[in-house]
Design a protein around this ligand. Structure first.
Ligand SMILES: Nc1nc2c([nH]c(=O)n2[C@H]2C[C@H](O)[C@@H](COP(=O)(O)OP(=O)(O)OP(=O)(O)O)O2)c(=O)[nH]1
Length: 195
């Protein structure tokens, strides 16, 4: 197996190589794990994302999520965060894991990634997120804007398309933090879970 095909430290399941980058640098050393969630509504060719108004990742578009609290499961946290941040309830399905590490930080983010094709309730803006629909298709018929990749976490383009296909995946993305506080992707790897 060539170096780029080999899963990174921390991903122990049986995976088929999907994509990678930043191979010229080493993976960052392991750090204690903290659990997070991120959830998306995906309906055919459209995806619901939120513009993050404050906190970590401010100014970026992302799915809805946050920290898993001590007395809840990851799925419970994902459902709670989706309701708090977008005002809706959805039958979320687990599809991916992203290990996210920032150079110089004190923890590894283990991010459980969820999606659902349906939801209940009215999509509502919250203090933290402004929800908006985007098109995953290159020739959208509904007049929706395309997914704003340049305003999202770098490397999300590696796995967002897998949500539409319902393909389980695992990945790792290490980032450096630039002087102006921008996050610069350092090394990343994504694989599909062997079914
Ligand atoms: N799509 C994507 N999401 C990421 C990446 N890195 C990263 O931390 N996230 C997500 C995981 C969490 O949903 C969110 C960080 O959690 P947060 O900062 O919102 O958590 P929080 O404690 O403020 O949230 P909360 O529990 O107070 O609502 O960002 C990434 O590379 N891609």
């Amino acid at each position: 197996m060539s170096d780029d095909q080999k899963p990174p430290p921390g991903l122990d399941e049986k995976l088929s190589y999907h994509t990678s980058g930043g191979l010229e640098v080493e993976w960052l050393p392991p750090l204690p794990i903290k659990y997070y969630t991120v959830a998306h509504i995906v309906q055919n060719d459209k995806i619901l994302l939120g513009y993050k108004k404050r906190g970590f990742g401010q100014g970026k578009y992302n799915g809805f999520g946050g920290k898993v609290e001590p007395n809840e499961s990851s799925l419970q946290a994902a459902i709670r965060e989706l309701e708090e941040e977008a005002g809706i309830k959805a039958p979320l399905k687990h599809i991916g894991v992203l290990l996210f590490i920032v150079n110089g930080a004190d923890k590894t983010f283990h991010i459980d990634i969820y999606y659902a094709e349906e939801f209940e309730g009215t999509i509502t803006e919250s203090d933290e997120m402004k929800p908006e629909w985007f098109s995953l298709s290159t020739n959208d018929k509904d007049g929706l804007p395309p997914v704003p990749w340049d305003k999202m976490w770098d490397t999300d383009h590696c796995w967002i398309p897998l949500l539409r296909e319902g393909k389980p995946f695992r990945g790792r993305a290490d980032f450096d933090k630039g002087e102006s506080g921008v996050f610069i992707p350092r090394r990343w790897w994504y694989g599909l879970l062997d079914e």
